[in-house]
Ligand binder design. Sequence first.
Ligand code: T1G
Length: 701
Amino acid sequence: MSPVSYEIIENIGIITIDNPPVNALSHAVRVGLVETVHQAQNDESDALLLICTGKTFIAGADISEFGKPPQEPFLPDVLNTLEQSDKLIVAALHGQALGGGFETALSCHYRCALASAKVGLPEVNLGLLPGAGGTQRTPRLAGVKVALDLILSGKPISASTALEDHLIDHVFAEGDLKTQALAYTKGLVAQKAPLRRASEQEIDQNSFDGAIFDQYRKTYAKKLRNQNSPQLIVDCVEAATKENFTDGMKIERDAFLQCRASDQSAGLRHIFFAERQAAKIKDLPRDTATRDIQSIAIIGAGLMGGGIAMNFANAGIPVKMLEINDDALNKGLANVAKIYRSMAAKNRISPKESEKRIALISGTTDYNDLQDVDLVIEAVFESIEVKKDVFTKLDQVCKDGAILATNTSYLDINEIAQFTKRPQDVIGLHFFSPAHIMKLLEIVRADETVDDVMASAMALARKIKKVPVQARVCYGFIGNRMLRQYQREVQMCLIEGASPEQIDKSMMDWGMAMGPLMVADLAGLDISYKARQALSDEQKGDPKSYRIPDVLFEMGRIGQKSGSGYYIYDPQTKARTADPSVNDIIEREAAAFGVTRKAMSDEEVLNRLSLALINEGFKILEEGIAQRASDIDVVYCFGYGFPKYRGGPMLFAQTRGLDKVYQDICAYRESHGDLYWTPSKLLQNLVETNTSLSDWEESTQ
Ligand code: T1G
């Protein structure tokens, strides 16, 4: 049954698309659209109205088709059929008209929308560009700057903004879209409204400054570093100002096909689906009941506690922070208020919204005030003794059925659960600093965590707009466990010959949001130093892997907050400069280890760091700590600044070739020993049996 249906009501031909969940422009939809518009040319209708069922207008091309051989009719041709219709066509928008969906609307002669509708061209988020006329029609309707901002930002705009930008023609107050759109279409017929084809509109050459294109190329070369589609988008919009529509469409089509075939787009599309896949917990029935979470308490009002509290206030949920004394509590409350007010000052939220959220966060120093809360999240110092004290108290005061969560980064949640008489209600909610900004939330399912607690945590994550990934209990769960191997190799490269600035530059040139030593300085060398003190020498591993940060810490160089760490920081601007004395320290410590340092290539640095990450990722997968390889990619892209256009460490390994990855790891085992370079057994097995990672995952479903 075609997802496109047709009926004539009051002489208006209504084309309805019903292709859940988001009315994507699948092959069947494209075929149905062409057939219906052709059929309607000769029937008794006076005009046509395109509308969608369900929660949204067309949300774009069907991304799941991109990995397969393309099937005609291709979308640009479908939209040409709409635009060349001899009968006036109106698009009626609700929900989100995105990508190819909005391009479909732009190829219609008029567009109307519910006030709540949004329109956008988010293809850049997938390493693509609007490939069905978006780069050619948008500047003709709205002008060059609006087109560049809409397409390069990838962000949807409201119906009212789109109306101001002449991208849509009429906005309805809320209510029944079909009824209102039908009346609007009949009105156009009555007025004998002309067929308005965007492709026939000219761009006024005086309406823009020709320098705008290079300005946007420069801006987006920084904003979306290393990514190709933004640059091609500018080329296409510029072509719209210089070429006729047909030639401009050829340029757009070539650029789109180049993007679609790129590894960058494959990586971004992989992460798009991986993020949604991670929300599906394999052994958790989809209809698992969730507990009602109306009131929340955070133990600890420090940097993490305050940031975590803000997530709930942002979602309109009241939250109570508990601290050990009034001073600490007032400091925490003041800090949260300061962050919200600075957001208002930067127009990120309105002053009214800022005060509303501040009012949602209250405080106490009395555990007895927590008797009725539905969820407690502990965010205190990383010490098992402190956690024991907190969870013992929580177990005494909290009501039955309250969920007791810990934000610990490394400690054993199974051990923490045993501090209570209700281990089934204990779970890990591992936020990432700054907790009110970072999207990733590792949800750590301990051995005794019951299903409805897990389901409640997943639902809550969605409510506070986090990207949840399930982890099982181990040292560092998924992200930090991999980070520890990555950081180990950073240190080994320093001792063997690389400089801090070389390591950071090579990783940032490769696409990491920040270099590892910049991250270390930002997080604070004191934090990692104290965490190391809780480890035995055996757990700490090779002294070469932590000697430099120990020496820096002992010198009081604890990172950006102290003005120096691996780098020196300007006290006002925080600008970072290399410090030759750090290289002297590294030389001295390397000599003390009997290591003769020698120059190391950027490629060697990248190899060592990425392979350490990948090998640990395979170990995490084989141990069942992560549900699937793509979950690991989500963790690293949303929590650690791994470039999404490379799809994450596990996709990067598959793109590079598992056999090559395995050979390189074995080579490092030969040259550096098996303490750190023993290959994952899973990786070895996949290579020796020539099995792909996806086949292995399917076989272990
Ligand atoms: N194609 C295929 N499946 C899609 C899809 C799409 N475009 N968009 C969403 N889905 C699936 C998604 O995987 C999930 O599946 C389900 O729908 C619900 O999605 C030619 C080339 C529309 C804002 O980039 O931003 O058009 O997990 O969980 O939170 O120029 O989906 O249930 O099996 O995200 O309510 C451009 C992408 C494509 C929009 C809804 N369009 N989608 O969010 O639901 S390229 C986009 C979204 C293009 C043209 C170019 C969001 C949403 P499952 P969801 P949501």
